[in-house]
Design a protein around this ligand. Structure first.
Ligand code: FAD
Length: 491
């Protein structure tokens, strides 16, 4: 979850509300529907892809390895569901567009809707982001609850069949290997391991970071795509707390941004409903206390610049164990660069490009990809060629989030970034250094951060002049709601 800098496929106008969003993806006439689409993976990305495909295909089958019980339940294929998530304003607007009324439904379950500038308390490397309404509407929520609600909606789609407990194991291509034609796998409960073949006119891989598609392509005699990786040693250590009303803070989401090597530790606290806060401390694995050591965890939280995590730990009652999750770094599999890639096959979400989650980008980038897929399907007369167009344009969606996340994470590397990433990194540092003392800059930054405006907005000459004007570092300020505890800046 976090404070990162982002791209958007289309810059939005200043002052436009976050929930205005891009135009809806309309349903085509039902007479116009194509054959059968298969989505592998019923995580956030797979659910959005299924929704979009159901507007175009007569049948959509959503394959999921886990059993998907109705209601909000944690499952092994969603380990990140135990950890705080921020859905950026642009991502939330797309989800609302695809699933009308979902925001109100989640609000009914307790997930607060609020102005980003007013409800977010953000500790940047050199001080606190200014507070005050920005006209950017967000909702803080629990990922497992969000996905359960989306899954209930998908279950109600007449065109979609969810086949859970199904493990996809390979891809079948046409004889000339020019297009994907089927997914093969097995029902996990079948003791005989009988192979099952599912024919499809379009196949979507939404199996997340653990996608086995590069190996499936190689097994079919096609080249393996190149994989770019930028590592991060960070691990989330998270726990849910029940917080009594009298200790309820004035912020709804509180965050401390890492910026290695300057800031190696951070954290996040998210209000999932009025009574519960999901709190995480984030640090390199070797620096975190063991999961069972509650006192040590609180002590560790006390070493951060943001006092809000320790506040919840001190006043709240833990209602879950401590869960740990390594962030897994950044990984971009460059399918769009393959000269031979089968038609009728698409890769979305973490399976295509996964980010260090402290920058809060994964869900919104996946939502932008689902939205793009909807637009391409709407414009196409048949599924042929959609895959290549999609993969190329999806790479453009990924580019800026990738640059910003990896420019920051190069700070973990001993070798340091190359010249291009060095420039991005220096610019980022300049912006986050100036934000605490400059509310107008923060208003721009927050729109970029929420992917409502292109990062190129920050390069406007008027803003550049302001950024480059010599000025001392602004005072770090006091943490919102805890005025007595003066903020401290590391530099
Ligand atoms: C600790 C943590 C915190 C995060 N915080 C944020 C945040 O604040 N904001 C944000 O935007 N993002 C955040 N992220 C990233 C975000 O969680 C991911 O980008 C997003 O959930 C990816 O969704 P996905 O559907 O692409 O993949 P996944 O959620 O991994 O879903 C893949 C699905 O495919 C299924 N599957 C896998 N293999 C098979 C198979 N062979 N056959 C059938 N099914 C299969 C899995 O069971 C799973 O259900 C965070 C991630 C982590 C780890």
């Amino acid at each position: 979850m976090g404070t990162a800098r982002h791209m958007v496929t289309r810059p939005s106008r200043r002052g436009r509300r976050a929930d205005a969003g891009p135009p809806a993806v309309p349903e085509p006439d039902s007479g116009d529907r194509w054959g059968h689409a298969v989505v592998i993976g019923a995580g956030f990305t797979g659910l959005l892809a299924a929704r979009v495909l159901a507007g175009r295909f007569a049948r959509v089958t959503l394959l999921e390895r886990d059993r998907l019980a109705p209601g909000t339940t944690h499952r092994s294929g969603l380990p990140q569901g135990r950890h705080p998530h921020g859905l950026l304003a642009r991502g939330a607007a797309i989800v609302e567009e695809l699933f009308p009324g979902i925001r109100a439904e989640l609000a009914g379950r307790g997930a607060p809707v609020f102005d980003f500038g007013a409800g977010f308390a953000t500790r940047l490397p050199h001080g606190w982001a200014p507070r005050g309404a920005l006209g950017v509407e967000v909702q803080s929520l629990d990922l497992t609850t969000l996905e359960s609600a989306l899954c209930d909606r998908i279950r109600a789609e007449p065109a979609v069949r969810i086949r859970d407990g199904f493990l996809a194991q390979a891809l079948e291509l046409s004889a000339d290997r020019s297009r994907a034609v089927a997914v093969t796998g097995r029902d996990r409960d079948d003791p005989g391991h009988t192979p099952v073949r599912i024919d499809a006119d379009l196949i979507v891989d939404a199996t997340g970071r653990a996608s086995r598609l590069p190996g499936w392509l190689a097994a079919a005699g096609l080249p393996r795509p190149q994989r770019r990786r930028v590592a991060s040693p960070l691990v989330y250590s998270s726990r849910m707390y029940e917080l009594p009303n009298h200790a309820a803070p004035e912020w709804l989401v509180s965050f401390e941004m890492t910026f290695p090597p300057l800031v190696r530790r951070g954290g996040a606290a998210v209000t999932v409903d009025r009574g519960h806060r999901l709190v995480s401390v984030i640090a390199p694995a070797g620096e975190l206390p063991p999961p069972r050591a509650e006192a040590a965890l609180r002590e560790f939280a006390g070493t951060l610049h943001n006092p809000h995590f320790a506040h919840v730990m001190e006043h709240g009652r833990p209602v879950t164990p401590v869960y740990r999750c390594p962030v897994g770094g950044n990984q971009w599999i460059r399918y769009h660069r393959l000269r031979r890639f089968p038609d009728r096959l698409l890769v979305l979400g973490d399976a295509f490009c996964a980010f260090n989650p402290v920058y809060g980008q994964g869900l919104t980038v996946a939502a932008l990809q689902a939205h793009l897929l909807g637009l391409l399907l709407r414009r196409a007369d048949d599924p042929a060629g959609v895959a290549r167009r999609f993969q190329r344009q999806a790479a453009r969606i990924v580019l800026f989030p990738w640059l910003t996340a990896t420019a920051a994470d190069q700070g973990w590397s001993r070798t340091g970034p190359g010249p291009a990433l060095s420039c991005v990194r220096a610019f980022l540092h300049l912006v986050v250094r100036r934000v605490p003392g400059d509310p107008a800059l923060y208003a721009e930054f927050a729109r970029v951060q929420n992917m409502l405006a292109s990062p190129l907005r920050l390069l406007r000459p008027s803003l550049l002049i302001r950024l480059l004007r010599p000025r001392g570092t602004a005072a770090a300020g006091a943490p919102p709601g805890l005025d007595e505890a003066a903020g401290h800046s590391p530099g």
